[in-house]
Design a binder for this molecule. Structure first.
Ligand SMILES: CC(=O)SCCNC(=O)CCNC(=O)[C@H](O)C(C)(C)COP(=O)(O)OP(=O)(O)OC[C@H]1O[C@@H](n2cnc3c(N)ncnc32)[C@H](O)[C@@H]1OP(=O)(O)O
Ligand SMILES: CC(=O)C(=O)O
Length: 524
């Protein structure tokens, strides 16, 4: 079990699930909880039992299906309604019956909210807090309190906001998490208010939203001011602009401030965990996310690469391995010799000065015509091999290709492609039909080559991106096509550029197949 002196409290399954477009099934919630436990967080807020059948079901299934090693489950819910006993409130009963060892109660701490949203008196709100906390404590549950709108409340009526905090603490709440519910705070003012709350004598936590882009900074400022419980969500999910990104918070506190929050090995697995959670949530990962984003340690500028060649720390704030990420070199028209040399090394090639120079010039020339190599590693590697080995060994030569698109009598659009290739001394003509011209070409080329290269059966076209590039280098508009392919061990991307979209697609497709053969062990 995690150290109780400082809490890492995850609210992905409750506040994170309040993100627009994010919908989790019970099975998804269980899967995310397992990932978070793998990271070593102390508490996982599973949802609001009683508010909807799914969250009630989550807590029911969690009892038998979750074998948490580090975390404790917390059930979230509100204080009792005005004018009823806590023991008689059905939503409080659902918290009691959830089986969660911890209950986190949301309570109003802003006088205007009490009067306008709860439509009750300030005294009754305090009684709602007192009764609900003490009732659940008496039932054997540990209670935390989320003081909603604490900072705005403090600015409106500091005495009342602090009274809420004291009331909850005296009734037996272990932590009062101060919530920047509207996410409008900035770190300096927030820290001053946290300091005042800590002086009031309660154990203080922090829960920040990112509406000013300061959720993580606010969380760190709160910790500096005395908060010993941090709340946040995986990948910064949450209402509106999201919650404090818990991964960023944990990495910052552990790596920069020396806190011992999660096991070192789990921290070194954080990038994988962050991405595994995006697979469950079906939310595209933010490649620029601090620490765990694909681009978090990707270097594009030639000057950066030349210094990194001497010492990676010259352009990196930490060793990416500490959070399970990797340094990557991006090759583009901003590359210099060092970028290309390091990229070559990353791909397993030691380039000579002469080859490096030739490759830099070739990359810059092709990029000026619309190619992009930072997004097409496989095309870069084929270019590198051409530069190093001269004309590469061809496993197939294309005699011609043709695509027709037909609208049938029934109104259906059918694409048909014919490719003529020479391979292993044979001339092969193959025809493929598809739901679009590129799909038809892909099928035709595979049909032609799979007979001779059966390993191509594993190669799939998984993504296809088209972009029209206006006025590249003083020419007319050209089309750039990026194709992502996969086999049973990974993915690779190739690029084609031409005035004609099918021609651009063909270039990318031909390289995709060539690279697929290279991966399958056929030297090119
Ligand atoms: C800041 C946050 O993110 S807090 C988390 C918010 N999350 C959610 O709201 C998601 C889950 N919520 C729900 O499913 C529903 O809102 C429920 C089941 C909780 C309540 O549904 P309903 O009974 O239909 O009420 P409704 O949603 O319209 O209004 C909320 C009620 O809770 C009351 N309420 C709000 N905060 C509190 C509180 N801290 N303590 C007690 N009651 C509260 C409101 O005054 C309102 O009461 P009213 O019904 O007398 O007007
Ligand atoms: C409780 C909560 O989610 C908030 O105040 O933002």
């Amino acid at each position: 079990m995690a150290d109780d002196r400082f809490h890492v409290y995850d609210t992905t399954l409750r506040d994170g699930a309040q993100q627009e477009g994010l919908n989790l099934t019970v099975a998804d919630k269980l899967a995310v909880a397992r990932h978070l436990d793998g990271l070593g967080v102390g508490f996982i807020e599973g949802g609001w039992p009683g508010a909807n059948p799914k969250d009630t079901e989550f807590f029911r299934r969690a009892r038998t299906e979750l074998d948490l090693k580090h975390a404790q489950l917390a059930a979230f819910g509100a204080t009792r309604r005005a004018g009823v006993k806590a023991a008689d409130d059905p939503l409080v009963a659902a918290l009691r019956e959830s089986g969660a060892p911890v209950v986190t109660l949301v309570a109003k701490s802003h006088d205007r909210h009490v009067e306008l949203a709860l439509r009750t008196t300030l005294e009754e709100n305090l009684a709602m807090i007192r009764d609900t906390v003490s009732h659940l404590r008496a039932e054997g549950q540990r209670v935390f309190l989320d003081a909603e709108h604490f900072f705005d409340g403090y600015k409106s009526n500091p005495a009342y906001a602090l009274e809420v905090l004291r009331t909850a603490a005296e009734a037996g709440a272990d932590v009062i998490a101060l919530c920047d519910t509207n996410g409008g705070m900035l770190p300096d003012e927030l820290a001053d208010i946290v300091h005042e709350a800590v002086q009031a004598g309660a154990r203080v936590g922090i829960h920040c939203h990112d509406d000013t882009g300061c959720a993580v900074a606010n969380t760190l400022a709160a910790v500096r001011a005395g908060a010993t419980h941090v709340q946040g969500c995986a990948n910064g999910y949450g209402e509106r602009s999201g919650n404090a990104n818990l991964f960023t918070v944990v990495a910052n506190l552990q790596l920069k401030r020396g806190f011992d929050l999660v096991p070192q090995a789990a921290l070194a697995d954080m990038t994988r965990i962050a991405h595994a959670i995006t697979e469950v949530t079906n939310v595209t990962p933010n490649s620029h996310a601090p620490y765990v984003g694909m681009s978090a340690f990707a270097h594009k500028a030639g000057l950066h690469a030349s210094a990194i060649k001497v010492d990676p720390n010259l352009y990196q704030h930490i060793d990416p391995a500490a959070v399970g990420n990797d340094m990557r070199m991006l090759v583009s028209d901003m590359a210099g010799r060092a970028s290309v040399e390091l990229k070559g090394r990353e791909l397993g090639y030691e380039l000579t000065g002469e080859h490096t120079k030739a490759l830099v010039e070739r990359v810059k020339e092709l990029e000026s015509r619309g190619f992009t190599f930072e997004a097409a590693d496989a095309s870069f590697e084929l270019l590198l091999r051409d530069t190093v080995h001269g004309e590469r060994k061809r496993h197939f030569e294309v005699e011609s290709w043709r695509v027709i698109v037909e609208r049938t009598k029934g109104g259906e659009l059918v694409s048909e492609a014919t490719v003529k290739v020479h391979a292993k001394g044979e001339r092969i003509v193959a025809t493929g039909e598809g739901n679009g011209p590129v799909n038809a070409l892909d099928k035709a080329v595979r049909l032609a080559l799979e007979q001779l290269y059966p390993e191509l059966a594993k190669v799939q076209l998984v993504d296809f991106k088209v972009r029209i590039l206006e006025d590249t280098h003083g020419t007319d508009a050209v089309t750039r096509v990026l194709i992502t392919s996969s086999d049973d061990t990974g993915e690779w991307a190739t690029v084609g550029v031409a005035e004609n979209i099918i021609d651009a697609s063909w270039q990318a497709l031909e390289q995709a197949v060539t690279y697929g053969l290279l991966r399958a062990g056929r030297d090119c």
